[in-house]
Design a protein around this ligand. Structure first.
Ligand code: SF4
Length: 89
């Protein structure tokens, strides 16, 4: 597998910080969205940063989601096969 591409969308370019911030703003402003605690968000993002499927500082190569968005959602899930890497031990 080419590890320089997102498996889902085939993107090769990293998103800019501005693009990520805008995505976070849009999703967190949506009606009915429940957010995770800040500490839980930070815990998840730290796990992603160490993961072999984390791409270009923002994207999970398994699901194609931007982790700065997905990790903020209270019901956000890690799609790692077998067992979520975000699961608490
Ligand atoms: S597989 Fe899980 S830990 Fe790895 S980048 Fe995707 S969401 Fe993050």
């Amino acid at each position: 597998m080419n590890t320089n591409k997102c498996r889902k969308c085939r993107a090769e370019k990293a998103l800019s910080n501005e693009q990520i911030i805008e995505m976070v703003k849009q999703v967190t402003a949506m009606k009915g969205v429940k957010l995770a605690e800040q500490s839980e968000y930070e815990r998840r993002i730290e796990i992603c940063r160490l993961c072999e499927y984390f791409f270009a500082g923002s994207t999970c190569k398994l699901c194609g989601c931007v982790m700065q968005v997905r990790a903020r959602l209270s019901d956000g899930k890690c799609p790692f096969p077998g067992k979520s890497k975000w699961a608490k031990k």
